[in-house]
Design a binder for this molecule. Structure first.
Ligand SMILES: NC(=O)c1ccc[n+]([C@@H]2O[C@H](COP(=O)([O-])OP(=O)(O)OC[C@H]3O[C@@H](n4cnc5c(N)ncnc54)[C@H](OP(=O)(O)O)[C@@H]3O)[C@@H](O)[C@H]2O)c1
Length: 239
C-alpha cells in the first residue's frame, strides 16, 4: 500500500534522500522548506513542494492544511529541517541561539502541534536529532541544546500519542556530507572523523534508509536510533 509522507527539510541533504527513497517505492511526499529544491526530482509527479518556514507558526498551520487538502491523510511525518550555527557559550550570539532553537526545536513543536491532531492510528512521526544532542561537543552550545530538547520532545510525544497508536522516534545521524557540514573547517572535520569508528562520514542516503525503516517499524516508539558509524559509542568511551 502506498503511503503519504510529509518531510520537512526535504529540499536538500538528508530530507531530500528520504523523499527520493519514499517516492522510489511509489509513495507521495509533501516537502516543507523555505526555498524550492534546486535539483530535479526523480519522480516529480509524486512530490508536492509547499514553501513553509518552520519558524513561522501561521505558515506551518497553512502548510499542514494544504498537505491534508492535497493528500487527504498522512502516514509518515519526518522532521528533518534544521540549521546549524556553531559557537561556544561565550562567543555564540543571541541571534544565532534563537535561530537554532527556533528552527530545530520550536519548529519541531510547531509542526507536531499542527499535524498531530490530524494523524490517524498507525502513522509515524520521526524527528531527526543529532549525536551532539547526547554528548557535549564544544562549540555546539545552541545546536546541542536544541537536539537534546528534540530528544525530550520525542519521548513525551511517544508516550502521549501511544494510546492513539501513533509512533514517535528519533533518528540521530553522526557526521553526514551535506550543505550543513560543507562549511566545516579542515581541523574540525579531522577531529570528528578521528572519532568515528567506521572511519568515514555518512551519506544522506544511508540516513534515509534508516528513516524509511523506522517509518515501517510497527513495534518501535520512543526510540533513539543512532546512524553514525559508531560516533556515539566512541564519544561515550571517552567520557
Ligand atoms: N549533516 C549532518 O552531519 C547532520 C548530523 C546530525 C544531524 N543532522 C540533522 O539532519 C537534518 C538535515 O540536515 P542536513 O545536513 O540534510 O541539512 P541541509 O542540507 O542544510 O538541509 C537543511 C534543510 O532544512 C531546511 N530548513 C532549514 N531551515 C528551515 C526553516 N526555517 N523552515 C523550513 N525548512 C528549513 C532547508 O531548506 P531551506 O533552507 O530552503 O529552508 C533544507 O531543506 C537536520 O535536522 C540536521 O540538524 C545533520
Amino acid at each position: 500500500m502506498t503511503k503519504n509522507w510529509l518531510v520537512t527539510g526535504g529540499s536538500r541533504g538528508i530530507g531530500r534522500a528520504v523523499v527520493e527513497q519514499a517516492t522510489a517505492r511509489g509513495d507521495r511526499v509533501a516537502v516543507f522548506a523555505r526555498k524550492p529544491a534546486t535539483e530535479q526530482w526523480p519522480h516529480p509527479d509524486r512530490v508536492v513542494e509547499i514553501h513553509t518556514d518552520l519558524t513561522d507558526s501561521t505558515a506551518v498551520a497553512r502548510g499542514v492544511r494544504t498537505v491534508f487538502e492535497r493528500f487527504g491523510s498522512l502516514d509518515v511525518v519526518v522532521n528533518a529541517a534544521g540549521v546549524h550555527r556553531g559557537g561556544r557559550v561565550d562567543t555564540l550570539s543571541r541571534e544565532h541561539w534563537d535561530e537554532v532553537i527556533g528552527t530545530n526545536l520550536t519548529g519541531a513543536f510547531e509542526l507536531a502541534r499542527h499535524v498531530v491532531p490530524r494523524l490517524e492510528a498507525g502513522s509515524a512521526l520521526i524527528n531527526v536529532g543529532a549525536v551532539v544532542g547526547f554528548r557535549g561537543f564544544p562549540g555546539d552550545v545552541a545546536y546541542g541544546a536544541a537536539k537534546a530538547g528534540l530528544h525530550g520532545l520525542t519521548q513525551v510525544l511517544a508516550v502521549e500519542l501511544a494510546p492513539r497508536h501513533i509512533r514517535v522516534n528519533l533518528v540521530i545521524p553522526g557526521f553526514v556530507e551535506t550543505d550543513m557540514t560543507s562549511a566545516l573547517t579542515g581541523r574540525a572535520r579531522e577531529r570528528i572523523l578521528a572519532a568515528i569508528p567506521l572511519g568515514r562520514t555518512g551519506l544522506p542516503a544511508e540516513i534515509a534508509q534508516v528513516i524509511v525503516g523506522v517509518a515501517d517499524a510497527e513495534y518501535m516508539t520512543g526510540s533513539v536510533v543512532a546512524t553514525d558509524g559508531g560516533l556515539l559509542s566512541s564519544f561515550a568511551s571517552r567520557s
